[in-house]
Design a protein around this ligand. Structure first.
Ligand SMILES: Cc1cc2nc3c(=O)[nH]c(=O)nc-3n(C[C@H](O)[C@H](O)[C@H](O)COP(=O)(O)OP(=O)(O)OC[C@H]3O[C@@H](n4cnc5c(N)ncnc54)[C@H](O)[C@@H]3O)c2cc1C
Ligand code: FES
Length: 303
């Protein structure tokens, strides 16, 4: 069992967990992920390691609740345990002195890009970060990203924080202004990574994306995470998750990620119904306890 040393919400539906996993913490490098299973019969899900504390023997992850397993995970609290945590998995990010690097993080992708942004800054690059979310309360790790960036640009879809618009609007501006860019790293929803790839293809700016196909074993055995890169099959769990954005076939990625949507929807609905039933039961117990209380007070008064 892997104990949760600390759990806190960073934004609505997005929670950070610090998990005791000393062996993973010792080996983790930026860009790598872990696969966890909350309980023995549970689903295995991949999550990027946001940071690790080698001395303290912990790793942290940032989880956005999107379906059954991530909702269940985000209901866990400090002191709870997770059945299995395997990692670090995947190839670490390529970290070198490239020159000027633009890091683009969309939604929870910001937390996934953070360790690599920090390592790129540490390697002597000039780091321009563009982070975005739907609205102010969903902007993640703003101060952490500011600390590892020479320039930080924030966007929100509704304009409630930073500049109104998409992260790609700011990237487009940088390119149009003639900012010399040696590398772009984009991490976030597939639609965002694909848009970044299209923006940088023309000016031939080297661009890396961190792909998020469905993963099962994470060791290159099951083929679940197959992606098409340069027309060839690659396994994102062992050959990635980072790939050259201009060589990725995003159509195939979108298609493969949609394969289980119906099953995922049913599973989430069932989970939500179960939760409702539990809440209802808890409410009934509470109500009956409350209705018994005056009685005992009365009995006390009668003595
Ligand atoms: C390398 C990698 C790193 C990731 N890092 C993070 C992270 O740091 N934080 C975070 O919030 N999310 C991360 N994800 C996405 C996360 O794994 C999914 O959100 C999670 O698996 C959804 O499971 P669910 O049961 O809650 O949702 P479901 O309802 O089962 O699925 C919702 C969507 O999540 C994706 N998904 C479902 N199962 C898997 C699976 N086994 N593997 C991959 N994707 C799946 C699919 O696109 C699916 O449509 C990462 C994915 C990959 C591949
Ligand atoms: S998750 Fe099974 S091969 Fe990658």
């Amino acid at each position: 069992m892997f104990r949760i040393r600390h759990a806190e919400f960073l934004a609505p539906g997005i929670k950070r967990f610090v998990i005791e996993a000393p062996r993973i913490a010792r080996k983790q490098e930026p860009g790598q992920f872990l696969i966890l299973r909350i309980y023995e019969q549970g689903e295995r899900i991949p999550l990027t390691i946001e940071s690790s504390d080698r001395a303290g023997g912990t790793v942290s992850i940032v989880v956005q609740a999107v379906g059954k397993t991530t909702h269940l995970l985000n209901s866990l609290q400090t002191g709870d345990s997770i059945a299995d945590v395997v990692g670090p998995l995947g190839k670490p990010s390529e970290v070198a002195k490239f020159g000027t690097v633009v890091v683009v993080g969309g939604g929870v992708g910001t937390a996934m890009a953070y360790p690599t942004a920090a390592a790129l800054k540490h390697a002597g690059n000039l780091v321009i970060s563009i982070i975005g979310a739907r609205s102010k309360e969903l902007v993640l790790l703003e101060s952490e990203m500011r600390a590892v960036s020479d320039t930080l640009l924030v966007t929100t879809d509704d304009g409630s924080h930073g500049q109104k618009g998409l992260v790609t609007d700011r990237l487009r501006e940088l390119i149009e202004q003639g900012t010399p860019i040696d590398l772009v790293l984009a991490v976030g929803p597939v639609v965002m990574m694909r848009a970044v790839a299209e923006l940088t293809r023309g000016p031939q700016i080297r661009t890396v994306v961190s792909l998020n196909p469905i993963m099962i074993d994470g060791t290159g055995m099951c083929g679940g995470c197959r992606v098409l890169v340069d027309g060839k099959s690659q396994f994102a769990c062992v050959d990635g998750p980072e790939f050259d954005a201009h060589r990725v076939n995003f159509d195939v990625l979108v298609q493969r990620n949609a394969m289980y949507h119906e099953a995922e929807r049913r599973s989430m609905e069932e989970f939500a119904r179960g939760r409702e039933r539990e809440e209802h039961k808890e409410q009934e117990v509470e109500e009956s306890a409350q209705s018994e209380e005056p009685c005992s007070v009365l009995q006390g008064g009668e003595q």
